[in-house]
Design a protein around this ligand. Structure first.
Ligand code: ADP
Ligand code: ADP
Ligand code: MG
Length: 495
């Protein structure tokens, strides 16, 4: 057993707070790091100690490995939790921590390297009979080969950057005459975005669902799964609503995808919490997409249905402990839903909408959980991911989780910026979502910005009053906020 008495969280926002909370409950002291832009951020206040690691741009602070290691040494830190994004899947970081004698709460550098590269991952799982999307499992540069491969697969095809991530580095090619341009652009984009021009070609699945499986492994060779999450509601290939369990799986299918995910994890000797992503076609057949070697944004829905604190499990595994439960000890209780609250305008193509959180009143009550990283009055910095936080609801049934989410979104009062909440309320109450019959094309198929404009005249008036009050600093912001229940409508008046 390794000692972890002090942990540094190499991240910011909601995920830094999420980790601090579990560490505190385990009696572990916490160190926050922050950039100059985050001096007053809630994660800094919540940690036992905090240390500045550089200027606002993440390339000069949260991404600077040496600054983080230096801070850890200075404050005698035993372990680092990287959260998600930033350095969480960086094998160089993992190696340097090992050299410095600091425990990384995450998998080995080798696992990260294999799974961080989509082609290396496909090669690694080859011995395990894992279903994969039809395509070529090696880098393609030559146009003649690309044409042959695409012809064999059949159009449309998807050109993917092997090093891609975060929904970036993908290009759909509809017909042979678009292939040359598609390849040239994809390779040059992959080079500039990921420093690696390797691309491959996959069948483009027209109406897929994105379903992923949470896995957990220890250093003693035990790997198990904590069921699936449905993440098909996406914009720009990025998730915005997630739920667990998926509403389409039979017990048999659930078992099969879970076992497949465990095999993928086994293929890279995985230790810690990880996620195996699949694409699911109309016949509900699943194909391996990639593995994310970190805690995922949407891990909360899994926690809600299994009752397991994934951050605590990550820490225990990092200490060298054996998993304290077996696959047959795990079961699904109820249904959980998560909506991501991004500072984005769903009425303007989900473009980032930065500004001040003039009012920010969270919902409360049964079955509501909020993991967020901001407080009322704060500015959303332009330097980082525009996610403010996540709203999670749990119900005995899927319907109850949806009804709770609708109620919680109505209760949420955010003024000053546009967020994805209005879209999320629309989406979870849409017939396609309610029936469970939807795919990753949900936004394209069912959403039009005008659909969010159904505010009443009364709401328009309230919005105007709030806007006037917000401009007049002498008035109480509390009063103005409380009057705006249909807050997304009110917010438009600020613009
Ligand atoms: P999830 O954990 O649900 O898969 P995302 O895919 O949105 O969430 O990624 C979480 C965060 O990590 C986001 O801020 C995203 O921009 C970032 N991210 C994910 N993969 C990469 C990558 N390969 N390179 C850079 N950023 C990434
Ligand atoms: P990233 O590393 O960016 O997360 P993924 O391979 O996980 O890349 O794909 C992200 C999303 O892109 C998926 O959730 C899905 O919506 C879409 N996608 C990926 N591969 C395919 C495919 N072959 N056909 C159709 N859509 C795909
Ligand atoms: Mg992915």
């Amino acid at each position: 057993m390794k000692n972890i008495n002090k942990v540094l969280i190499a991240n910011r926002g909601e995920i830094a707070i999420r980790v601090i909370r579990s560490a505190k409950e385990m009696g572990i002291s916490t160190v926050a790091v922050y950039s100059e832009a985050d001096r007053l951020a809630p994660h800094v206040k919540l940690a036992d100690e905090a240390i500045c690691i550089g200027p606002a741009p993440s390339s000069e602070s949260y991404l600077v490995i040496d600054n983080i290691i230096e801070a850890s040494k200075k404050l005698n830190v035993d372990a680092i939790h990287p959260g998600y994004g930033f350095l969480s899947e960086n094998a160089t970081f993992a190696r340097k921590l090992k050299e410095a004698g600091i425990i990384l709460i995450g998998p080995s550098a080798e696992s990260m390297e294999i799974m961080g590269d989509k082609l290396a991952a496909k090669t690694a799982v080859a011995t395990y009979d894992i279903p994969m999307v039809p395509g070529i499992n090696e880098a393609v540069e030559d146009l003649t080969i690309a044409k042959k491969v695409a012809d064999e697969i059949g159009y449309p095809v998807l050109i993917k950057a092997s090093a891609g991530g975060g929904g970036k580095g993908m290009r759909v090619v509809e017909s042979p005459d678009e292939l040359e341009e598609g390849m040239t652009r994809a390779i040059s984009e992959a080079k500039s975005a990921f420093g690696n021009g390797a691309v491959f070609i996959e069948k483009f699945i027209g109406s897929p669902r994105h379903i992923e499986v949470q896995v957990l492994g220890d250093e003693h060779g035990n790997i198990l799964h904590l069921f699936e999450r449905e993440c098909s509601i996406q914009r720009r290939h990025q998730k915005v609503i997630e739920e667990a369990p998926s509403s389409i799986f039979s017990e048999e299918k659930r078992k099969a995808i879970g076992e497949t995910a465990v095999n993928v994890a086994r293929a890279c000797d995985y230790v810690g919490a990880g996620t195996v992503e699949f694409i699911v076609d109309e016949n509900h057949d699943f194909f391996f997409l990639e593995m994310n070697t970190r805690l995922q944004v949407e891990h909360c829905v899994t926690e809600e249905i299994t009752g397991i604190d994934l951050v605590k499990e990550q820490i225990k595994v990092a200490r060298g402990e054996k998993l304290s439960f077996a696959q047959e000890d795990l079961s699904i209780h109820g249904h959980a839903l998560e909506v991501r609250i991004y500072a984005e305008n769903p009425k303007n193509n989900f473009l980032p909408d930065i500004g001040k959180l003039i009012s920010y009143k969270r919902p409360h009550g049964p079955g509501v959980r909020i993991d967020d990283g901001y407080e009322e009055g704060m500015d959303i910095p332009i330097y980082y991911d525009p996610m403010i936080g996540k709203l999670i609801t749990k119900g005995a049934t899927r319907k109850e989780a949806i009804d709770r989410m609708t109620r919680a979104i109505d209760e949420f009062q955010i003024n000053g910026i546009e967020t994805t909440l209005s879209f999320c309320k629309f989406a979870i109450n849409h017939e396609a979502f309610v029936s469970g019959n939807f795919d990753t094309k949900f936004v394209q198929n069912y959403f039009k910005p005008e659909m969010l404009d159904a505010g009443t005249e009364e709401e328009e008036k309230v919005a105007a009053v709030i806007a006037a009050m917000a401009l007049d600093e002498t008035k109480s912001p509390k009063m103005s906020a409380n009057k705006s229940s249909k807050n997304w409508k009110a917010r438009t008046s600020y613009r």
